[in-house]
Design a protein around this ligand. Structure first.
Ligand code: HPA
Length: 234
């Protein structure tokens, strides 16, 4: 057990899929895993382990924002031996060519700051996805005919943004979408020699103001989880 995870040694698979929402971890485990069992519920941050097509997989919530994700990613990698971590979550589109429900495969994640910022001081580290996972996710999305975009995203610290000029700058620099966790996931994974990727579903559009209904979110999430699972075991 660690400070934030009550799982026993061996309870966590080497492949961990991390939604922000702990209830989504439960939904995904019940929907996709054979024999899922609850391995963590400390602070309500649910983690489930089971098998997918015979491969051990854990779905574990990250919470919202990089400080929360950082705690779980550190403990999952350092204390439980996770080697492949894939964020599955929602994002807000920042480009006209990106539509609601599209998948985003985050090659890089720009950020103002992550919990790891103190390590780098004046250096601007470029958090990037694992190439093997990214390539496999693109192939999986193509094979299913799921519309997807691979490119840069923006990991913001704020949902209620008092500096919309930062979003504008990201849009002008071709950034596909905004979310709140990937940059720290990529940085922590890099530090410990683990592989990471973020596979996201566009749930809202910053340029048009459109947003998915909660019913539509569920179907969109299925494609995202399938792509993440297929990428992990390609
Ligand atoms: N901002 C930050 N995170 C998000 C958004 C957003 O607009 N949509 C989904 N996750």
């Amino acid at each position: 057990m660690t400070i934030h995870i009550g799982a026993r040694p061996g309870d966590i698979a080497e492949t961990v899929l991390m939604p922000g929402d702990p209830y989504r971890a439960r939904w995904a485990a019940e929907r996709f895993l054979e024999a899922p069992r609850l391995v963590n519920e400390v602070r309500g941050m649910l983690g489930y382990t089971g098998t997918w097509r015979g491969h051990p997989v854990t779905f574990h919530g990250s919470g919202m924002g990089m400080p929360s994700l950082s705690i779980y990613a550190n403990e999952l990698i350092r204390d439980y031996g996770a080697r492949r971590l894939i964020r599955i979550g929602s994002c807000g589109a920042m480009q006209a060519g990106v539509k609601l429900r599209d998948l985003i495969l985050a090659m890089t994640a720009s950020t103002l700051s992550t919990p790891s910022r103190g390590i780098f001081r004046e250096l601007q580290f470029a958090p990037c996805a694992d190439w093997g996972l990214l390539r496999a996710a693109a192939s999986a999305a193509e094979a299913k005919g799921a519309p997807y975009h691979a490119g840069g995203i923006y990991s913001s610290d704020v949902f209620y943004d008092e500096r919309p000029d930062l979003n504008d700058a990201m849009t002008r620099h071709g950034v596909l979408a905004v979310e709140m966790e990937a940059a720290e996931l990529y940085t922590v994974a890099a530090r410990h020699g683990a592989s990471a990727l973020a596979v996201l579903t566009v749930s809202d559009h910053l340029l048009t103001g459109e947003a998915l209904s909660s019913e539509e979110r569920e179907t969109g999430f299925e494609a995202m989880v399938e792509v993440a699972l297929e990428a992990a075991f390609a």
